[in-house]
Design a protein around this ligand. Structure first.
Ligand code: F6R
Length: 600
């Protein structure tokens, strides 16, 4: 979603800001802008569309050494040049970029800005106009900034510059992520460390309700109440090369290919020298002392949670519920006596999940975040964190994070089983090694899957995925992958549900892709395939060695039946990738979507 960058130093800020914005492109946006301040001269450029359009509109002769930049994902007001950030106060003295949503902006506008003509439809512009109002009424800039932030309801990460002070970026944060990066003679601001890794790997975490004045020589953090906060930087352990595409045409393809390596990485991270599962004792205790797990997540992470429930209940006999975060917030079920909430979130920033986290923490419940981003908001705010170790995931469509989530859930399930003395008839770590090899053999078969995309998805307007048991959960994920990047209307169905309504959608040539890896439902899912084939569907069966028929379209290498989602999803990811590619879609940055969904 929206992204913020800021630079104050000795170098020309423009290139650093543009490079930073490019690093944030993957998060999804529909307009972008920068503001550069040079000797009280302010240069603001904004464009609808891609950063390339913004770059083309910039003046290369501007050598300002202070600036802020933004990528906007529209919430209030359409994607347009007028609504793009930075926004300016009516005298153009103050210029600001903002991530988040100001819930009371209309009220603030009516109460305090009746005489100010606003130029955009955004909630953001109200913030910068308010700062100007308070400065006119006699407050210092810092006091005006502080007072403005104290009036805001909702979420924000803000960077503001003052035309009359070329040695300060005013920064504030509440619920939306924001970091200050430090360097020698310069400092930076970024909503994501990735954006500024080009200049520093030293970042200072900011907490909700803090403001920071960032100058060339340092930064001063205070709470909104004016208390000084001392906090030094940490080293962001991200390898800058991890966020490059290398020779790949798309991040998504690179990330699909990385999955075997991610599983091997997880085996190293979660295993000690004697081959035993390595897990924080506090996490073990939290699981043991709970009577029910509540997995909370959105989208792909929710789909991983569904597989996780199956693993936790089947392997460890731990009762587990899975909930969509945005539903749970408003429709909370009756809870057990000792719930443990597990938040699954690749980004660790998803606002819907965070809202549940805040809510259940207030009620005193125990919380654990499973995330790919150490130091992310959900990780900081939960009692415990389990890391996915998948490396930065840049493509909007999640792939390697999904498989990492399932792998970590399987490790958690096995550990919980062992803690209860449940005898397992398989060696989970060895089985995950077999999974990594199976994934490798699948990513090596891209030509087969590309042909499948041509055969089944080249002209269709819809596609269905059917499965039973855990295969059904993979079907949900397969459909989400396909629809989000190729815009083909795709749905995942439980095989048994077809005859209760969905089969009415089947027409001559409708693609129906069945996943059939589970022996106990193999016969029934194949009957479902017959039923739709008899009504004209263009059917395809993805099965597993040992469960396969001779004419199945793809036969996955055999893996343990608990772990089949880790491999059956790989051809589904590739299928979506090639379908999108054949339709000339922007694979890594699908329309209307954001990588990190920081608004509810
Ligand atoms: C789809 C996808 C999304 C995310 C969802 C939650 O490919 O990536 O459905 O899974 O927005 O995001 P996280 O996992 O960051 O909480």
């Amino acid at each position: 979603m929206c992204g913020i960058v800021g630079y104050i130093g000795e170098e020309s800020a423009q290139d650093i800001l543009l490079n930073g914005l490019k690093k944030l492109e993957y998060r999804g946006y529909d307009s972008a802008g920068i503001a550069l301040l040079d000797d009280e001269e302010l240069n603001v450029v904004k464009e609808k569309g891609r950063i390339a359009a913004l770059e083309a509109a910039t003046n290369q002769d501007v050598t300002a050494t202070l600036g802020i930049g933004h990528t906007r994902w529209a919430t209030h007001g359409a994607p347009s040049k007028e609504n793009a950030h930075p926004h300016q106060s009516h005298t153009a003295r103050f210029t600001l970029v903002h991530n988040g949503v100001i819930e009371n902006y209309e009220q603030l506008r009516n109460e305090h800005l009746a005489n100010v003509e606003l130029k955009s439809e955004t909630d953001t512009e109200v913030i910068v106009q308010l700062v100007e109002e308070w400065v006119h009424s006699g407050k210092t800039v810092e006091a005006a900034f502080r007072h403005t932030l104290s009036l805001l309801h909702g979420s924000y990460a803000i960077a503001l510059i003052d035309k009359e002070n070329d040695d300060a970026i005013y920064v504030g944060k509440h619920k939306s992520p924001l970091l200050v990066g430090t360097g020698d003679g310069f400092n930076v601001v970024a909503s994501d460390a990735l954006a500024m890794l080009q200049v520093t790997d030293q970042f200072v975490e900011l907490m909700d309700g803090e403001i920071v004045i960032v100058s060339r020589e340092g930064y001063a953090i205070e709470t909104l109440d004016g208390d000084t906060v001392e906090r030094g930087p940490y080293t962001a352990e991200i390898d800058a090369s991890d966020i490059e595409k290398g020779t790949y045409p798309h991040y998504m393809l690179k990330e699909i290919d990385e999955q075997p390596a991610v599983i091997r990485q997880l085996l190293m991270q979660y295993q000690d020298e004697d081959g035993r599962i390595k897990l924080d004792d506090d996490i073990r205790k939290a699981i043991r002392s709970s009577d029910r797990l509540y997995i909370i997540a959105c989208g792909t992470s929710y789909h991983a949670g569904l597989v996780g429930k199956q693993l936790l209940e089947n392997i460890a006999e731990v009762p587990t519920e899975v909930h969509i975060a945005s539903e749970f917030s408003y429709n909370m079920p009756l809870l057990s006596d000792k719930p443990l909430f597990i938040f699954i979130s690749q980004s660790g920033e998803t606002a819907d999940s965070r809202s549940v986290l805040v809510n259940v923490k207030e009620k005193g419940h125990s919380t654990l975040t499973m995330t790919n981003v150490p130091g992310s908001t959900l990780s900081r705010e939960a009692d415990h964190t389990l890391l996915l170790h998948a490396g930065p995931e840049i493509a909007v469509a999640s792939t390697k994070a999904y498989t990492a989530q399932i792998a970590v859930l399987s490790i958690l399930a096995v550990d919980a089983a062992k803690a209860q003395g449940i005898e397992l008839d398989f060696d989970p770590m060895k089985e995950l090694g077999i999974v990594a090899n199976a994934m490798q053999s699948l990513v090596d078969q891209k030509d087969v899957i590309e042909q499948m995309a041509r055969d089944y998805l080249s002209v269709t307007r819809n596609a269905f995925f059917i499965g039973r048991s855990v295969d059904y959960y993979v079907c949900l994920e397969a459909a989400l992958k396909l629809k989000e990047i190729s815009y083909i209307q795709a749905e995942g169905f439980a095989g048994g549900e077809l005859k209760h309504g969905t089969i009415a959608l089947i027409e001559e040539g409708t693609p129906v892709i069945a996943i059939a890896t589970q022996s106990h439902v193999n016969g029934s899912i194949r009957s479902n395939v017959q039923e739709v084939a008899a009504r004209g569907a263009n059917t395809c069966i993805v099965s597993m060695e040992g469960e396969n028929d001779l004419d199945d379209n793809i036969v996955l290498p055999e893996v343990h039946e608990h772990l089949t989602p880790l491999v059956s999803v790989v051809p589904m990811q590739l299928l979506a990738y090639f379908a999108a590619l054949h339709r000339d879609c922007d694979v890594d940055k699908p329309r209307n979507l954001a990588k990190s969904v920081t608004v509810e």
